[in-house]
Design a protein around this ligand. Structure first.
Ligand SMILES: [Zn+2]
Length: 434
């Protein structure tokens, strides 16, 4: 059986935009069975029918024999975090994608498993993998669900649907015509894709062009229709305004990156596309840190005296400033965000990727509580997983804890030192240093 009966005590709990103080959360098996404490001075007593945790008197809750009590003292509980954009087969160590994809599939599987473990260790209990070979990511995701290894739960897209020779083609998602993309989407869903990812332009893969759309609206609409038939969300990578426009009109749920490149490579913010996104409810995954870190890496190289690095740092930093300004304008205009770190890609690692992304977003003006809500309840709602993202009776027991108050200071996400997934304690401050 997964998990035992655990009574988790802490100074407080932040979930669903509310703080419960002096909290006790009861966990039976892999589910939360009760939440007890005070909210705004009022007593909280929420429990699932049939729970073994009971209220015995004015002194409060008791959990009888057979319960293990974990007292986290002055820490605060949060729902397990959700990262909606990762690539577990890549290392996030700056190596290029050919190196990343060169090993045989077994090596990729081991790397992906290790990255999912690092992710869980950091407090991210659910990751959405939006680009990996199907024969690697689908079996790994199933193995984690079955408890074969302990690592973040993976909702996997498998290989992105891409044109022949397009961005990330070595992963196996090549499809060109309307008929071919429909067949590819059906195959992916058959094999285990919980979500669909499409490459709407080229990207970091050599020999591809980030500024030009690769699919027409007919192919994109066919993909969305096919995904919706089996209730899957649709995500599209886009580096070009024209590709974003076609994707919004086709009904995609999320634009990844969303850079406003024209076909000649120049950047130009497009109010028309942004208002179409707002109207259609299309979200933006802004991928801030993956670009921002490039400037920091070049800066470090410049300090080490690497030739040309200072010019590169200045160029990267100005590119990032332009991107950050465009992203801010989109959110100010009413585009809804979907947060994801792009961990694995470029220089974004799994131990701090989401934290870095949230910190970059905070600098654009997002409040800590808004960001925390986006990576818990908001992401769960987007994924159609009502059992995740909140600490409420009946929910899956994915709970993390920080000695700080991350809903006030998002930096405190990096101090998470307790991680429970599906009722099992994976990491605890009492184990540290052992
Ligand atoms: Zn990515």
């Amino acid at each position: 059986m997964k998990g035992e009966s655990i009574a988790l005590r802490a100074a407080g709990m932040w979930s669903g935009d509310a703080l419960v103080e002096d909290v006790l959360v009861s966990i039976e098996g892999d589910r939360i069975s009760g939440v007890f404490g005070t909210r705004g001075g009022e007593e909280v007593f929420e429990v699932t029918p049939g729970s073994r945790a009971g209220k015995v008197g004015p002194e409060g809750i008791t959990c009888d024999d057979g319960w293990r009590t974990v007292d986290l003292g002055e820490s605060y509980l949060l729902p397990g975090l959700i990262d909606c954009h990762v690539h577990t087969v890549f290392s996030g160590d700056g190596s290029d994608i050919h190196r990343g994809l060169a090993p045989d599939r077994s090596t990729l599987m081991l790397r992906a498993a290790e990255n999912a473990r690092l992710s869980l260790n950091s407090g991210v209990t659910t990751i959405v993998d939006v680009g990996a070979p199907g024969e690697v990511i689908f079996p790994l995701s199933r193995a984690i669900d079955e408890g074969v290894i302990r690592a973040s739960r993976i909702i996997a897209a498998g290989p992105p649907v891409t044109i022949t020779g397009g961005h990330l083609w070595p992963m196996g998602g090549e499809a060109d015509t309307v008929d071919e993309v429909v067949t590819m989407v059906r195959r992916l869903m058959r094999d285990g894709a919980g979500i669909l990812k499409v490459m709407g332009t080229g990207g970091g893969t050599p020999g591809t062009n980030s500024f030009v759309p690769v699919y027409g609206e007919d192919a994109l609409s066919a993909i969305v229709a096919e995904a919706r038939r089996l209730n899957r969300r649709t995500l599209i990578h886009s580096g070009a305004t024209a590709a974003t426009r076609a994707a919004v009109r086709a009904g995609f749920d999320v634009i990844f990156h969303g850079h406003f490149h024209r076909s000649d490579g120049t950047l130009s913010y497009d109010e028309g596309v942004v208002s179409e996104m707002v109207e259609a409810g299309t979200r933006l995954n802004p991928t801030l840190w993956v670009n921002r870190v490039l400037g920091e890496v070049a800066r470090r190289e410049a300090e080490e005296g690497v030739r040309g690095a200072r010019e590169m740092a200045e160029y990267r930093e100005s590119r990032y400033r332009a991107q950050a300004e465009n992203v801010s304008r989109m959110f100010d205009a009413g585009v809804r965000p979907l947060m994801g770190s792009d961990s694995g890609w470029g220089h974004v690692g799994f131990s701090d990727g989401l934290f870095r992304e949230l910190k970059s977003a905070a600098e654009l003006g997002f409040s800590a509580s808004t960001l925390l809500d986006l990576v818990t309840r908001g992401a769960a709602e987007f994924l159609g997983r009502s059992d995740l993202g909140e600490i409420v009776p009946g929910a899956t027991a994915d709970i993390v804890a920080s000695p700080g108050r991350p809903w006030e200071h998002i930096e405190e996400v990096s101090t998470i030192n307790f991680v429970m997934m599906e009722g099992e304690v994976y990491r605890s401050p009492f184990d540290e240093g052992r």
